[in-house]
Design a protein around this ligand. Sequence first.
Ligand code: UT7
Length: 321
Amino acid sequence: MIGTGSYQPETCLTNQMLEGMVETSDEWIVQRTGIKERRIAIGKSTAEIALPAAQRALEDSGKSPEEIDLIIACTATPDSYTPSLSCVLQGKLGAKNAFAFDVIAACSGFVYAADIADSYIKCGKAKTVLVVCAEVLSRIIDYTDRSTCCIFGDGAAAAVFEAREGEEGILSTYMRSDGSKGEALLAKALPVEDPFSSDREYPSSDRFLKMDGKEVYRFTAKAVPQAIDEVIKQAGVDISEVDWIVPHQANTRIIDMVIRRYGLEREKVFVNLPYYGNTSSASVPLCLDDMRRQGLLKKGQLAIFVGFGGGLTYGSILIRI
Ligand code: UT7
């Protein structure tokens, strides 16, 4: 991983502002989730927030757009089905030697895409891969539904992976899905309908994200430890040797559960959730970019990145920095 970048939209939606919009309180939100504020991309498309994140990651990596072989974009909130977000970015970046496709894996998007990037690199089909995760979730959030509007935020982040000799890089990965519980986190696309009907209205209630928080929480309580256990087992590493655990930023209770289960020092688990909320696929790379910019990631360290969410999907990657 040779470069990272991110973009946080300017508009900040605080818990206090939400108190004026729905029946909630700063105390409830902080206690149940740990979130204090989130960013909202008012009037911006997903590509518009993805592009600066991608440009910053490229700049950080020292690579030119022409050197990118593959662009993988992750989003649950694309601007269009086609062209895909990755193709839009390829055009705007001028990455004319790359092929580009999107991955839909909700909050696991980054770890799924990093695993794909790693596979392309290891089998020799790509040398330099740009992974971009961007979400304008505010487009599908109902700001009268207190069970979701307090949780989700917008953001974009990207990372560049390159084939290199040496000790560093992705050591092990573990990806899983449980589609039988997919309805627990639902963001619908176009409805099933009679294409010849004169009445083809899109029901407005279907445009918003719905989450059965308790069901997702139960799934997460099993999925996250499983994902951590599997990557360390594969790499033959003990949890005590791991310097960082970077979970998808969904909820401080999940983060606390990880800390308790493995008896970790709190400082080993990176958290920026209070400032961005849950940004789905962008959450893990937003952490990664924050950590790199704060100088927290040191050469030789071991870091586990864990994604979980819609699909339901989950997965983890273990990286030697
Ligand atoms: O990114 C994908 C991964 N997603 C997750 O990991 C989410 C996992 N789930 C969670 O983090 C939690 O389930 C939530 C934070 C979403 C909700 O916490 P909870 O403890 O499961 O609350 P709940 O949904 O069971 O709701 C408890 C009560 C309900 O009231 P009643 O029915 O007990 O009277 C809700 O209506 O809290 C109420 N409530 C709220 N109250 C104030 C729900 N949202 C709010 C709110 N403010 N914003």
